[in-house]
Design a protein around this ligand. Structure first.
Ligand code: C2O
Ligand code: CU
Length: 475
């Protein structure tokens, strides 16, 4: 008897392990095509359920800008896969928009209706455009398989939205985005205030093409003319997968805006760098001549100045500027979610590995955060995964309430791209005022492709689109 047990027990144990592994492997398989509405599990964040996730209700396709209103700004963009030259002459094998990368800068005045016709010339995977940081109606969000089908070669798709907020934004593909964005399918969108600003504004879009750091497509440095003593608004855009520390030689700076929101009471800074999150934007006021360093590239404003020494500390946005009303009370929240990022062994679509987890779960078994229109939502984002994650919620800006328990005391810090370092916890809040099904993911895009993706869903909104169908592959 003893002897038999000695033989049987290990066999049973081994069998249990194999079956267990087989079960989690089987469970991890992502179906050939699926709706994000069937993904994972509902997380109500302590709020009421109005019947859960179902497939009746308002379709995302009906959440559009006023169809009767004529466009104020009309742009035609053509996406192409090709080998092209940067303005400084380097050859890049990637994607262009109207023949260049970055693509053309789209400019609008706040309140204008922007209409962009996107044509896919030859990208076999299909393309889309997502308007990063703009609170577009959900149908215009450009996420393949969630708000539209990827635009096939030879086809055109038109986006229409009101640029209701002045600020610095960008557009990029949200189809196979970890490849298409890295290789150039992107550009800037600048929305200027109705009242003409006394400051001239210049762009500094940073992107690394095949290992070459660029600003506005220029390897090394780009230059913009400015008179000595002239104040200039430099719109920094980080379109890469990692945060960049920006600092200025030759001038103090003021941080005027973050992620398209003006800061309140910004003061002059001399000895600190600004952290621009992956996907994030920062508008700096500098006085010419100045040299703005963005990682391995720079923007020269006016005549070049000698490069100073890189500041060792970073401006803390929790305490920069002065407080101002938020317009809502984050302490009176209707839903409280947690978005806890970890890393654990398991299977991702059948592949064994060490994968990002959300609240302990692996993609696609991740939370679907459910809200109702008008609610105040709080979210605690924590990260114990060993790597930093620039977290990006579509369709909304959230205000940062605290980091690691330290409360915000400066200007309201509204953001759409928050750098959550390993070991850090951010508390954020927002008003659910833009119905739809919205991605909430890491903007280090390979991480998103590795499953660091969840969604925020409004009660009663449904999507007819499917990931995997029509080649839709948003990450
Ligand atoms: Cu800039 Cu979901 O992305
Ligand atoms: Cu990440």
């Amino acid at each position: 008897m003893r002897d038999r047990l000695r033989v049987v027990l290990p066999v049973v144990a081994a069998l249990a392990i194999v079956l267990g592994l087989g079960w989690s492997w089987w469970q991890s398989l992502v179906p050939g095509s699926y709706s994000v509405m069937d993904m994972g599990y509902e997380d109500l964040g302590g709020g009421p359920s109005m019947g859960g996730m179902h497939h009746e209700g308002v379709s995302v396709t009906s959440l559009v800008a006023d169809p009767a209103r004529a466009a104020d700004v009309r742009v035609a963009l053509t996406a192409r896969k090709e080998s092209f030259r940067l303005p400084t002459g380097e050859q890049v094998d990637g994607y262009t928009v109207n023949g260049t990368s970055p693509g053309p800068v789209i400019r609008a005045v706040e309140g204008q209706l922007v209409e962009v016709a996107l044509t896919n010339a030859n990208v076999t995977d299909g393309v889309t455009l997502h308007w990063h940081g703009v609170e577009v109606p959900n149908a215009e969000d450009g996420v393949a398989g969630v708000t539209q089908d990827a635009v096939a070669p030879g086809k055109t798709y038109t986006y229409r939205f009101v640029a209701s907020r002045a600020g610095t934004f960008w557009y990029h593909s949200h189809q196979v985005s970890h490849t298409q964005v890295r290789r150039g399918l992107l550009g800037a969108l600048v929305v200027t205030p109705r009242a003409r600003s006394p400051l001239r504004d210049v762009l500094a879009l940073s992107h690394v093409y095949g290992g070459k750091a660029t600003v506005n497509g220029h390897v090394g440095a780009d230059e913009v003319p400015a008179r000595p003593g002239e104040k200039v608004r430099v719109r920094l855009l980080n379109t890469d997968n990692a945060a960049v520390r920006v600092w200025v030689s030759g001038s103090a700076y003021r941080l005027l805006a973050v992620d398209g929101y003006d800061l309140h009471g910004p003061t002059a800074v001399t000895d600190r760098a600004v952290l621009v999150t992956a996907g994030g934007r920062a508008d700096l006021e500098v006085t010419a001549p100045a040299r703005v360093e963005l990682g391995a590239a720079a923007l020269v404003v006016g005549t070049d100045v000698p490069k100073g020494t890189q500041p060792t500390s970073t401006l803390d946005l929790l305490a920069y500027g002065t407080p101002a009303p938020l317009g809502f009370d984050p302490d009176d929240a209707d839903r409280r979610f947690r978005y806890s990022i970890g890393r654990r062994p398991g299977f991702l679509d059948g592949k064994p590995g060490l994968w990002w987890s959300i609240n302990g779960h692996l993609f696609p078994d991740v939370p679907m955060f459910v809200v109702a229109e008008g609610e105040v939502v709080r979210m605690t984002i924590s990260n114990h995964s060993g790597a930093a994650h620039p977290m990006h919620l579509h369709g909304h800006h959230a205000v940062v309430l605290s980091r690691d328990g330290e409360r915000a005391t400066g200007s309201p810090w509204w953001s759409d791209s928050i750098e959550v370092g390993s070991g850090q916890t951010y508390e954020i809040a927002f008003v659910a005022d833009n119905p739809g099904v919205w991605m909430d993911h890491c903007h280090n895009l390979p991480h998103a492709a590795q499953g660091l993706v969840a969604h925020l869903m409004y009660e009663g909104v449904t999507t007819p689109f499917r990931i995997g169908h029509e080649g839709n592959e948003p990450e």
